[in-house]
Write a protein that binds this ligand. Structure first.
Ligand SMILES: C[S@@+](CC[C@H](N)C(=O)[O-])C[C@H]1O[C@@H](n2cnc3c(N)ncnc32)[C@H](O)[C@@H]1O
Length: 277
């Protein structure tokens, strides 16, 4: 075993320093992720189905202006929102860079005769112009972006929205995690989440206080290799997210506690933002 490599990898990296290894699109991890997405009772890769149903009900009844709108779901995963929205007769496009999720979503849409366009693509590379009435990015993916990626995405979404179109997304707040989450854990598995080979996983959580960002870093050691996975999460407040949206010319921001439309409170663990082009 390359102990020196292990020692180097276990250091706290610079904020938003990426790991080389694929996460969402890794063949093994994406299989485990799809199982998590499709578990109706887990708030893991997707929210519980009861929450997703409540979200779609709220969006349909209180937020969307009419049935003729075009919706773009970024990071759509296996299409849990897209399929429910298409059943309500909305025109939906879903984009995701997990090939496994896109394949599953496409197959389900065919089986259920739903007219949904699924695209396997990195959403940071979209290039639509005034095409959508609503763009969604659900389950706090926004906070995993570096500041540079976030800015690219906000510009691209703005361009992709029709005038007056809505951007709907959620982020974690500083009430979601605190310093009690910092520290190290380990796991040893024959065939677990991180690899189908037997592995030891060393996970450490770091906080970048000045940047409001947590990192969950996992080093996975199998007989053959050592891989590292870094999942950053930037948390926001109403004012930090509002100021960023102002810079990109979004207007009329509305804040909720979650994607079912609950009223925002200071102790909310997430903020759902609905803002307008
Ligand atoms: C936390 S899951 C949420 C999935 C879905 N929005 C839901 O709530 O059911 C994040 C999804 O975003 C996708 N994703 C992450 N970064 C992406 C990117 N840059 N481009 C496209 N998809 C991305 C992942 O593959 C994953 O399916």
């Amino acid at each position: 075993m390359d102990i020196e490599k292990l020692i180097n990898l276990s250091q706290k990296p610079k904020i938003f320093e990426k790991s080389e290894t694929a996460f969402w699109d890794d063949p093994h991890i994406s299989k485990k992720m799809l199982e998590a997405h499709l578990n109706p009772d887990w708030d893991a890769a997707s929210r519980k189905f009861s929450t997703i149903d409540a979200s779609v009900k709220w969006l349909n009844e209180d937020i969307f202006p009419n049935k003729d709108i075009k919706i773009l779901d970024l990071g759509c995963g296996p299409g849990l929102y897209a399929s429910r929205l298409a059943k309500l007769d909305y025109s939906v496009t879903g984009i995701d860079y997990s090939q496994r999720s896109i394949n599953y979503a496409t197959r389900k849409a065919e089986e259920n005769n739903l007219d949904i366009k699924y695209i396997y693509q990195d959403y940071l590379t979209i290039n639509f112009e005034a095409e959508f009435d609503v763009i969604m990015l659900i389950f706090c993916d926004f906070g995993a972006l570096t500041n540079k990626e976030r800015n690219i995405l906000l510009r691209k979404i703005y361009k992709a929205l029709k005038p007056g179109g809505l951007l709907i997304f959620d982020v974690f707040t500083d009430k979601n995690r605190d310093e009690s989450d910092l520290g190290r854990t380990w796991a040893i598995k024959e065939n677990g989440f991180w690899s189908k080979e037997p592995y030891v996983a060393l996970t450490e959580t770091f906080l970048y206080q000045e940047k409001d960002t947590f990192l969950d870093q996992t080093i996975v050691m199998t007989e053959k290799e050592i891989n590292i996975y870094r999942l950053f999460n930037h948390f926001y407040t109403k004012s930090t997210i509002g100021n960023i949206l102002n810079k990109f010319a979004y207007k009329d921001h509305n804040y909720y506690s979650d994607v079912t439309g609950k009223k925002y409170k200071d102790e909310s663990k997430t903020i759902t933002v609905i803002t307008k082009k």
